[in-house]
Design a protein around this ligand. Structure first.
Ligand SMILES: [Cu+2]
Length: 195
């Protein structure tokens, strides 16, 4: 028994050393590859809750948040949008300079009208974006997000989706995921750094 543990341990150590050696050997090239393939975010073409066509360029010059979700979401989306609203509230007049983009993963049900109605309960700096299924799928892919339809009772369905809040800089480049599970003033202070 103990021999077996030792053997497994030896295999693990040799394996780890091999991986470390390979990593160091590949480092210059590998680093470049990471920089080009792990880009998060980029151009999109969608429609906002007022039916206007929008692209990433419409939000350039100011930081913006991106959050994927859907209006039929029972808890994750309303909670995130509420927390985001609180943070924008804490920003005061500066909230006019930022945008929270709530991009639906359920374009079938989330028309601009449905989005507009739903967002009436949240901060006006939160914009609801939808589009054709293809346009939405492209935006999800650009942000390396995940969304999947899950059938429920009858012909109904819900959506599994990424719950990350992406903080994008004024140049449209991804900064970091934004943690909304903090006091709103703290989130606001974080956002202010990117104005
Ligand atoms: Cu949700």
């Amino acid at each position: 028994m103990q021999r077996r543990v030792l053997l497994l341990l030896a295999i693990f150590v040799v394996g780890a050393a091999a991986i470390a050696a390979a990593t160091f050997a590949l480092l210059p090239g590998a680093q470049q590859r990471v920089a080009t393939t792990v880009a998060i975010g980029g151009p999109f073409q969608l429609v906002d809750q007022d039916g206007r066509k929008v692209t990433q360029g419409d939000y350039a010059g100011a930081p913006f948040l991106v959050f994927f979700g859907f209006t039929h979401c029972p808890d994750v989306c309303p909670t995130a949008l509420f927390d985001m609203s609180q943070a924008f509230e804490a920003l005061g007049p500066d909230a006019r300079k930022v945008a929270g983009l709530f991009i639906t993963v359920d374009p079938e049900r989330d028309t601009p009208e449905v989005m507009k109605n739903y967002l009436g309960s949240f901060h006006p700096s939160i914009r609801g974006l939808t589009g054709s299924p293809e346009e939405v799928a492209a935006a999800i892919k650009t942000y390396r997000a995940y969304a999947k339809k899950v059938p429920t009772q009858g012909s109904d369905y819900t959506m599994d989706h990424t719950a990350v809040v992406y903080l994008m800089g004024k140049d449209g480049v991804f900064v970091a995921p934004l943690n909304l599970k903090r006091p709103p003033a703290e989130v606001a202070a974080d956002l202010r750094k990117y104005l």
